[in-house]
Design a protein around this ligand. Structure first.
Ligand code: NAP
Ligand code: MG
Length: 509
């Protein structure tokens, strides 16, 4: 649609109703199966689209962390490690079904608290949350066949810290494999997006999950720090920034705790001149403007072959001019709110630096609502490889465009980054896609698509993007061990009978 026609095609507002939500004014910590008061100073969670107060949230201090870890330890020893894999699986299936039953409510809560468009939380986040629990439910009684040795066993108590960009989905990525593998959990959601994790705690009560198997501690960075440093946790799983990941790696070093880190990214999305251009343009948009660009694996660096550079950038600008920015709860919204004032400041600062460094800035012409945190879709063209906006993660709706002439140049530019989480390749030629993919240093590579997730597919990075994999069979490895119990720091239980290698099968590798 030409931009000039837009005025004639106004959409009527189509807001999703919040009447389905049955929120409490105050939320406690979820410890040992109950909501209990926290001992830190409570804080408010707000809607980033309106800056309106949603609910008051308890803040866990070090003593609360201690209580929660003790509850998880008891649950591990007395209940969870005594259950058969099939029985653990039943709980996970039940959780998955409850997520589906309450899907609309969870989607509304997620969009309200995070600012992401309802069509994304409704069609992507929440369905994937259910899919993750269904997938790992299926593994719970098949761990001996996961290719991780004959009788792998759980690690014990897992401390999990997650970010604000996919609040409930990151929770699912952490909790589903941990429980399937037989661990118990203490999880801290991000300070700005605690709501869906608290609704999830209600789902755990509905599912009759034994008390203490999952504990949810709301709070800020210091709560996360106390949790990952707690001496009685056996496993630390973190998703967030590289800076915090590095600090956690240091604090965990030498303790015997197993660690996985899912950190930032600066993915190259490579478009060759033989690519189907319309499809590629949609893929570029999905790659960087999905979830306001608050995506660790976002295609934030467009590498486009020089001879189609102008055409691609023109079409991209046309397409961005049709995107609708505004109320996250409106079903027609494409671009929602930036999650926090702090994140908005970061995006503004790096964008200003990009401009100062000489890149050509273009911003979609859209009305910005008066309240809330917003950033219009932005493209930087003619970005040089050394520019900060080509190297640092902006974590917002900002695309940096660079060009290349040959596949070799595309590969070397794509790999010229401290990160290595994901990449995209657009071409009509399968052989070219495979040859280029082989050379890219990225954990996930999409071909003629972008930002696709599936619970059976491992996800994770190289270099400063972290280590370990989530998803698939590989995701189980992060929560299992083959070491004999006495050699594993903190591991206290023996292999339950049902998990010993069946007769006649080989022994552990
Ligand atoms: P962040 O500051 O690292 O926060 C992530 C989580 O860690 C939050 O729950 C945070 O609590 C907590 N935290 C902060 N300081 C901590 C500490 N010293 N010890 C333990 N926990 C601590 O990251 P962010 O800025 O909120 O999130 C954006 C970043 O996450 C981006 O860089 C993005 O690339 C990365 N990310 C990566 C992936 C992936 O899968 N690789 C996925 C999503 C996001 P508070 O929220 O209360 O500060
Ligand atoms: Mg919020």
């Amino acid at each position: 649609m030409p931009a000039s026609h837009q005025h004639f095609l106004e959409y009527a507002p189509a807001p999703e109703s919040t009447a389905i939500l049955n929120l409490k004014k105050d939320y406690g910590l979820f410890i040992d199966g109950e909501f209990v008061p926290g001992h830190g100073t409570p804080f408010a969670t707000i809607s980033p689209a309106t800056e309106k107060h949603i609910a008051q949230i308890a803040n866990a201090n070090a003593a609360d962390v201690d209580t929660a870890v003790a509850a998880a330890r008891r649950a591990y020893e007395k209940t969870w490690s005594k259950l058969s894999g099939a029985d653990r699986g039943k709980y996970l299936f039940r959780i998955a079904r409850l997520v589906q039953e309450r899907a609309r409510e969870l989607a509304v809560a997620e969009s309200l608290d995070n600012g992401k468009p309802i069509k994304e939380s409704r069609d992507v986040d929440i369905p994937l949350v259910a899919a993750w629990f269904f997938y790992y439910a299926g593994w719970a009684d098949k761990l001996d066949y996961a290719g991780l040795g004959a009788a792998p066993r759980a690690l014990g108590v897992a401390a999990q810290v997650i970010p604000w960009n996919f609040p409930l989905l990151m929770l699912a990525w952490k909790i589903a494999p941990a429980l399937a593998a037989g661990n118990t959990v203490v999880l801290k959601p991000a300070e700005t997006t605690p709501l869906s994790a608290l609704l999830f705690a209600e789902i755990l009560q509905q599912a009759d999950l034994p008390a203490g198997v999952v504990n949810i501690l709301t709070g800020a960075g210091d709560t996360g720090q106390a949790l990952v440093q707690h001496p009685d946790v056996n496993k630390v799983a973190f998703t967030g920034s590289t800076a915090v990941g590095r600090a956690i790696a240091k604090s965990v070093a030498g303790t015997g705790k197993k660690l996985t880190l899912e950190l930032g990214g600066k993915a190259a999305n490579i478009v060759f001149d033989d690519a189907p251009i319309d499809q590629a343009v949609e893929g570029i948009v999905n790659g960087i403007f999905f979830n306001q660009g608050h995506v660790c694996c976002a295609g934030s660096r467009l590498l486009v072959q020089e001879n189609i550079h102008e055409e691609v950038v023109d079409r991209l600008k046309q397409r961005l001019s049709t995107l609708r920015l505004g109320d996250p709860l409106d079903k027609n919204t494409d671009i929602g709110a930036i999650n926090s004032r702090e994140q908005l400041e970061r995006i503004r600062e790096l964008s200003d630096i990009g401009e100062a460094e000489g890149a050509e800035r273009w911003t979609a012409d859209c009305a910005i609502p008066e309240n809330g945190f917003w950033f219009a879709p932005t493209i930087f063209d003619n970005v040089s490889t050394s520019s900060r906006i080509a190297r640092e993660e902006i974590f917002g709706p900002v695309l940096s465009v660079l060009t290349f002439r040959t596949p070799a140049e595309a590969i070397s530019k794509a790999n010229n980054t401290p990160y290595g989480l994901s990449a995209g390749i657009w071409s009509d030629k399968g052989s070219k896609i495979l040859a280029v993919a082989d050379e890219l240093k990225a954990g996930v590579i999409w071909a003629n698509t972008f930002n696709r997730f599936d619970p059976s597919s491992p996800f994770g990075g190289y270099k400063e993007s972290g280590y370990g994999r989530e998803g698939g069979r590989h995701g189980l490895a992060a929560y299992l061990t083959n070491a004999p119990p006495d050699r594993e720091a903190g591991a206290t239980t023996l292999v339950p009978a049902e998990r010993r290698a069946p007769q006649g099968r080989g022994r552990a590798k």
